[in-house]
Design a protein around this ligand. Sequence first.
Ligand code: G3H
Ligand code: 13P
Ligand code: ZN
Length: 313
Amino acid sequence: MPLVTSKELFPKAYKGGYAIGAFNVNNMEIIQGIFEAAIKEKSPLIIQVSAGARKYAHHEYLLHLIQASLEMATTAGVEIPIVLHLDHGDSFDICKKCVDGGFTSVMIDASHHPFEENIKITREVVEYAHKKGVTVEAELGRLAGIEDAVKVAAKDASYTNPDEAREFVEKTGCDSLAVAIGTSHGAYKFKGDAALDFVRLAEIEKKLPGFPLVLHGASSVPPDLVEICNKYGGKLSDSKGVPEEMITRASKTGVCKINVDTDLRLAMTGQIRKVFSENPGEFDPRKYLGPARDAIREVVIRKMRLMGCSGKA
Ligand code: G3H
Ligand code: 13P
Ligand code: ZN
């Protein structure tokens, strides 16, 4: 089955009240773990590649690994719709490279620019991508970074403004919009109780009925994964993510795509730490990357069930 665009998945997700998991990939084991989960769960899938991942593993390697996984799924008699997406493209140039290089969806993240400039850059990407049949995610509002999360006082300055969201979508023609409602990237999202602004999310939805929204920074940093990391030498005791019930709640709204990277990193690293702690002399990569791949599969299955996309392929 060929790769599909987000246009083929989001309307169904919107109507069906579920979200599709978008998982970041950097190497073969991560890709395999995610595909194993999608096949087991019969779930649509968004595989996403950041600029850093593209630099690390190279565009062609990632593309071919994903194509290999698609062929293997087809051979196994399973057809799962898959989007290959650029995560956080920060310029027209990287978006163009991915559009030209086989991606079916790109994110232009010009959210660090002023509103009008964000519109201008996003529109340029939309015009180019749409001519080639590729869908575009954009971002309005700014997610806190790991350090910023501690001192975000100007809440409204970084959260997505619902009125601006409508104007932004109308003027850019983007296909989906990443919104800032309290999540942040990384393993340290909340100091105390998790606070997602569901009221704001509902207001954005009201201004953009039927339009697919995207939630970034959605890792839950589950205590059991943190515990494995810490048990074998990690130091993640203050980590707090988005509670799993909030992922399910968000999935039932206009949020059609939920991004997860940190939880995959935790799952993978925990297993690798475990192997080396239990057997410091191990030096066969298959002995630690194999368990890491299994852990990725399990965490992705867990996410798919929380988001409600299991069985929706
Ligand atoms: O949102 C960012 C993703 O977690 C990707 O992270 O740029 O380190 O690959 P990265
Ligand atoms: P996490 O760091 O919460 O996994 O978010 C990932 C993300 O938003 C990728 O774009
Ligand atoms: Zn992100």
